[in-house]
Design a protein around this ligand. Structure first.
Ligand SMILES: *[C@@H]1O[C@H](CO)[C@@H](O)[C@H](O)[C@H]1NC(C)=O
Ligand SMILES: *[C@@H]1O[C@H](CO)[C@@H](O)[C@H](O)[C@H]1NC(C)=O
Ligand SMILES: *[C@@H]1O[C@H](CO)[C@@H](O)[C@H](O)[C@H]1NC(C)=O
Ligand SMILES: *[C@@H]1O[C@H](CO)[C@@H](O)[C@H](O)[C@H]1NC(C)=O
Ligand SMILES: *[C@@H]1O[C@H](CO)[C@@H](O)[C@H](O)[C@H]1NC(C)=O
Ligand SMILES: *[C@@H]1O[C@H](CO)[C@@H](O)[C@H](O)[C@H]1NC(C)=O
Ligand SMILES: *[C@@H]1O[C@H](CO)[C@@H](O)[C@H](O)[C@H]1NC(C)=O
Ligand SMILES: *[C@@H]1O[C@H](CO)[C@@H](O)[C@H](O)[C@H]1NC(C)=O
Length: 537
């Protein structure tokens, strides 16, 4: 069996022991995390296939714990930061200190890499460098040219063949779906030996995971927050994540209007003496030009896909907007020489962050492996898929083409997730969940949060009148108080609560909001502790 290295086969005699095993915390491997926090680590053995829990095929979840400052803690909160396809452990470590403050400093925070990612049976299509290059090269924007969609569609079948022939899909392709991860979360709750109840905090796709685990195990829910909410009905049952992108173009427009309001002192683009509408139009014109004539940039082509991906990424967090405005000022209005120089710097610096559409094979194949096996419908011809792309482009000029590769591949994906959640997300959980959203989120619109909240009876709702992906990107005193009240006391925000936050370009940080809310005297120590890491989600 190829790529079976992280699958563990146990002798029958080990089974009873594995089933009853509780978790044992110890130090993490040396150098495993780049942090000064004192962490603990443990391994939990779980079934590969929950429909055959006694089978000898097991996998090991490597769990990291960021202990609460005050011990004994009130229990554990599990975390997930989305994708799907992204590992969770390092992200949890990076943002752990902030989430501890936002949960009242009384819980341990836990994270494991979801199946199919990172240290937990990563989904792999091929390890051949040439083939990987072909896969990544093929992931162009659906709007790149007249032939782009047809090529993407054909790649969908070719890439699936590669995964089937050279990857580990035949071994794990059915077992990395969201419902299996939900069962892992409950296995972890059982192994922790706390109160047997689930506490969970999920962001972005982590909200689909959260809605799924809450719907599958409503009696297990103690406290659960989903922030930056995907429409899970779309995620599982539509041909594309249509609703996810409904506010993207509006948030880009809002970038330009708030730039003009902030003025040239804070937003470089405002110095162009143009209206917000003109700035926006000029930006789209620039994207049209670069679509036809990509700019050679070091080892990369700066193309429409890359610049659009970069802009979309920057819409996640307004703290980057002053820089985004400087970059667009050069790209849209600068000379050819300054453009080339800036792009060279950007691509060199962003190489690791994938923000310029330079996809990483790891997160791409994991995304296909998880999302495509979760997605129920398939499409049997390019002709039948065409309306999906038309609809995506109509929903968002910025994003429509960028996400076509998810539809083309999922529509032809060979594996379906085993034992999926098949319900309709209309559930009454034992304790109410809390659903949170910013008013303006280019990745997960407010309406998706309202949609999920409507299904979960008794759920609370927190709206922050801010901009960015999930409310943790928009620091506010009121949001801080609402989260602490929920985590420490189960108190839900009063219906209709809308928290105010600072304007974009005002550079208001979580340390400011928390200092204001708690009357903290030591702002320096807060600033060091509660960073919201850029590019988290
Ligand atoms: C480790 O973290 C420090 C401080 O955040 C950072 O400066 C450094 O670049 C990181 N090193 C690696 C290898 O990521
Ligand atoms: C698995 O094994 C346990 C303990 O031997 C047994 O109680 C349980 O019924 C078995 N489950 C299945 C699905 O066979
Ligand atoms: C914008 O207007 C100001 C004042 O009229 C002028 O000094 C500046 O050069 C103008 N900037 C551009 C880019 O046209
Ligand atoms: C495009 O979207 C608008 C609403 O935003 C809708 O009225 C129209 O029918 C859509 N067109 C297509 C082709 O989907
Ligand atoms: C939630 O969204 C799904 C898919 O778009 C839709 O079918 C459903 O009616 C929505 N539910 C509510 C309560 O809005
Ligand atoms: C929400 O924020 C926007 C932008 O800052 C502002 O125009 C609007 O008045 C705010 N809405 C409420 C209800 O405060
Ligand atoms: C704690 O919860 C109770 C009951 O919901 C509520 O009356 C009380 O105000 C809450 N206290 C705080 C500090 O949120
Ligand atoms: C504030 O925190 C910083 C960094 O943690 C520390 O060096 C400093 O001594 C603290 N100042 C006070 C007055 O406690």
């Amino acid at each position: 069996m190829f790529f079976s290295r992280s699958l563990v086969c146990l002798a029958v005699a080990d089974l009873a022991q594995a089933a009853s095993s509780k978790i044992h915390w110890g130090p993490c491997d040396l150098g495993e995390f780049n942090t000064t926090l004192s962490l603990q680590c443990a391994t939990l053995r779980v079934p590969l296939d929950y429909s055959h829990p006694n089978s000898s095929s097991k996998i090991d979840l490597k769990v990291v714990k960021i202990p609460a400052a005050v011990q004994p803690s009130r229990g554990s909160i599990q975390l997930n930061f989305g994708g799907p396809g992204l590992p969770s452990r390092q992200a949890a470590v990076n943002i752990g200190p902030l989430l501890q403050m936002l949960s009242g400093d009384v819980y341990d925070l836990l994270a494991f890499d979801p199946r199919g990612t990172g240290t937990t049976i990563p989904f792999i299509c091929t390890e051949d460098a040439f083939t990987i290059g072909q896969i990544l090269d093929g992931m162009e924007s659906g709007t790149a040219s007249d032939t782009a969609l047809g090529r993407l569609w054909a790649r969908g079948e070719v890439d699936a063949n590669i995964c089937k022939l050279h990857g580990n899909g035949n071994d794990i392709g059915e077992f990395i779906g969201t419902a299996s991860v939900a069962r892992d979360m409950v296995s972890l709750v059982d192994a922790l030996g706390e109160d047997g109840m689930l506490r969970y905090w999920g962001f972005s796709y982590g909200t689909t995971l959260g809605a799924t685990v809450a719907a599958m195990f409503p009696e297990r829910v103690d406290k659960l927050v989903i922030d930056g909410v995907q429409n899970p009905h779309d995620y599982y049952h539509a041909d594309a994540d249509f609703e996810e992108w409904t506010d993207s173009d509006k948030v880009l427009s809002y970038f330009f209007t708030s730039c003009i309001e902030a003025g040239p002192g804070k937003c470089a683009l405002a110095a162009q003496n143009k209206t917000a509408a003109e700035l926006e139009q000029d930006t789209y014109s620039f994207l049209d030009v670069i679509r036809a004539a990509p700019i050679p940039t070091g080892a990369y082509l700066a193309d429409e896909n890359g610049i659009k991906s970069f802009i979309l990424q920057e819409l996640k967090d307004t703290h980057g907007w002053p820089t985004l405005s400087q970059i667009l000022a050069v790209l849209v209005y600068g000379s050819d020489a300054t453009k080339r120089q800036l792009l060279g710097v950007l691509y060199a610096a962003e190489e690791a962050a994938n923000a310029l559409g330079v996809h990483s094979i790891d997160s791409t194949q994991s995304l296909w492996g998880i999302h495509c096996s979760d997605r129920v419908p398939r499409i049997d011809s390019f002709d039948k898929a065409a309306p999906v792309f038309t609809k995506l482009n109509n929903i968002s000029r910025l994003v429509g083409g960028l996400v076509a590769y998810i539809t083309t591949h999922c529509a032809q994906w060979p594996w379906h997730a085993s034992s999926p959640y098949t319900g309709d997300f209309r559930v009454k959980t034992k304790n109410p969940i809390l659903v949170a959203s910013n008013s303006r989120d280019a990745h997960t619109p407010l309406r998706s949060a309202l949609n999920v909240s409507a299904g979960f009876e008794g759920s609370g709702f927190l709206e922050v009148n801010g901009t960015g992906h999930a409310t943790i990107s928009a620091p506010s005193v009121c949001g801080f108080r609402a989260l602490v009240a929920y985590w420490t006391n189960g108190t839900l925000p009063s219906p209709g609560t809308v928290c105010e936050t600072a304007q974009p370009f005002d550079n208001y940080e979580w340390s400011d909001a928390i200092a204001e809310a708690t009357g903290s005297k030591n702002a320096t120590s807060l600033k060091e502790r509660v960073v919201y890491p850029r590019r988290l989600l």
